[in-house]
Ligand binder design. Sequence first.
Ligand code: SAM
Length: 263
Amino acid sequence: MAACAPTGFDVHTLRDRVRETYDRVALDPSGDFHFHRGATYAASHLGYDADELATLPRVSTDRFAGVGNPIAIAPILPGEVVLDHACGAGMDLLLAARRVGPEGRAIGVDMTPGMRAKAREGALAAGLGGRVQILDGVYESLPLEDESVDVVISNGVLNLAPDKRVVLAEIVRVLRPGGRLQLADVIVQRELTLVARSNPELWAACIGGALPEAELLGFSAEAGLVDGRITARFDAFAGTSAEVKVSKDLRVQGVSFFARKPA
Ligand SMILES: C[S@@+](CC[C@H](N)C(=O)[O-])C[C@H]1O[C@@H](n2cnc3c(N)ncnc32)[C@H](O)[C@@H]1O
């Protein structure tokens, strides 16, 4: 059940709902959503460096909607090629672009036009346009060559995929041997009710499609990744309307997860 689309919704309907939600975030991040956004949340709940975030364009940081901190999982090195495989407005992408330096590249893929536009605007405003590339695409079929990427970063997006196995297989395809996955996502500590899983609004809010921890580890190993481990945990939904809506005892959390492709 956990790896599948929620009952009663086909994949296209679900994708349209997700795109519509994140186009709204792109348009007005201060709107009414079931999840936190922005730099203040990133610093207070997820351990980002507030001073560093303050140096990035607000067009990107205001629209941040991640659930963990992929950049902090392992160092991103000068000269590396980093893919953010649903980059949203690009906050993590810009942090990665700074770390790879002028010899590296930071590639963002996202399916939502409004988010891609904001990520592009952010990259130009940060003076990083020369090393940042923003592509239209879905993470089920990435517009990238096999073995072309050193690091895949991911924040708050695997849960949105109706089929997690396909997404992980794409990550493995584009990673070079020895490459790393630095992923943040939502996990459920207790299986969600069918009602919660079948609610497209909760799915779009990154909760309805979240995996139990054992399944995240299992799917990652099944895809061929090794050394899979949770490296940090975050109370990413504390105080959101989702917490109130589903249950006071929601038991979902953000996690950072590391794995690598064998060399
Ligand atoms: C929760 S937001 C996170 C964005 C970004 N990673 C961040 O941390 O701010 C989810 C993002 O995933 C994108 N997305 C959802 N499903 C996708 C798919 N199948 N392929 C590519 N992007 C997708 C949405 O457009 C949205 O920008």
